[in-house]
Design a protein around this ligand. Structure first.
Ligand SMILES: Nc1ncnc2c1ncn2[C@@H]1O[C@H](COP(=O)(O)OP(=O)(O)OP(=O)(O)O)[C@@H](O)[C@H]1O
Ligand SMILES: [Mg+2]
Length: 251
């Protein structure tokens, strides 16, 4: 998949800077993500990948620059922020499901409480989504009764239930046993094929090759290199990317 979708960017970061105290963790980040585009973010530990994701839905404030979603600038706080944040679905390394709610309730809670969807509609949609991610047999169970891979697929269904415009994934498979990684990646590839706009922090090169339009390589808070996956993995330009790839490829 190498064709780049056209049109106005759905997500736009311009001149984004963030500090944690003295640490300049995001440095002059400019990144446009088109509607339907899948961007894989890769880079060494501590390079700012998670912070970038968290900044996109304002879990982390930024000190300088602008982030807009679908043409609307993200405000610092207030009702508009809550509305725009609901447009951004996020899936983390740890699944963060509500332990005392069933799988179905985990997926319907947001739509009912935040989107004010009628319960019956939310149930119907949740069942469709749980079917799509392959856990429809588990709807009445509790998270602890599911495998890690199943829980992560429920987390994806839960995010999708909010009907987000863009989905952020921060190392969604790195806490999973190897045999469960592919079942989660397959769901993500399906989403990408269906045209979801996605930002995915992952070192899974197979996923990048199958589903990404672009790879963004970060180091020390900067975007060092941007390329199509095949180009990035076979012929990285920067020394830092070459060095990083040589390390992850030998593991
Ligand atoms: N809440 C915080 N307060 C202070 N420093 C932080 C905070 N969160 C992250 N940092 C620091 O900011 C830098 C970037 O962290 P971030 O988590 O974005 O990196 P990352 O690329 O996601 O790394 P990893 O691959 O290990 O997940 C790191 O040096 C980290 O220690
Ligand atoms: Mg991280």
């Amino acid at each position: 998949m190498t064709s780049r979708p056209n049109g106005e960017p759905l997500v736009r970061l311009s001149g984004v800077n963030k500090w944690f105290g003295e640490l300049h963790v995001l440095q002059d980040i400019d990144l446009d993500i088109a509607r339907g585009e899948v961007v894989v973010v890769i880079g060494p530990s501590g390079s700012g990948k998670s912070t970038l994701c968290r900044a996109i839905n304002r879990l982390e404030p930024i000190e300088k620059g602008e982030i807009s979603i679908d043409g609307e600038r993200l405000p610092d706080e207030g009702k508009d922020l809550a509305r725009l944040r609901a447009d951004v679905g996020m899936v983390f390394q740890s699944f963060n499901l509500f332990a005392h709610k069933t799988i179905l309730e985990n997926v319907t809670l947001g739509p009912v409480k935040v989107r004010k969807k009628p319960k019956a509609d939310a149930d119907k949609r949740a069942r469709e989504l749980l079917d799509r991610v392959g856990v429809s047999a588990q709807v009445d169970k509790y998270p602890a009764q599911l495998s890690g891979g199943q829980q992560q697929r429920v987390a994806i269904a839960r995010a999708l239930a909010m009907e987000p415009k863009v989905m952020l994934f921060d190392e969604p498979t790195s806490a999973l046993d190897p045999e469960m990684i592919n079942e989660v990646l397959d769901v993500m590839v399906g989403l990408a094929k269906d045209g979801m706009t996605m930002v995915v922090v992952t070192h899974e090169m197979g996923f990048a090759r199958r589903a990404a339009n672009r790879v963004v390589f970060m180091d020390e808070g900067r975007i060092v290199e941007t390329a199509e996956p095949e180009t990035f993995f076979t012929a990285p330009k920067s020394e830092r990317a070459k060095d990083f790839l040589s390390k992850i490829l030998t593991h």
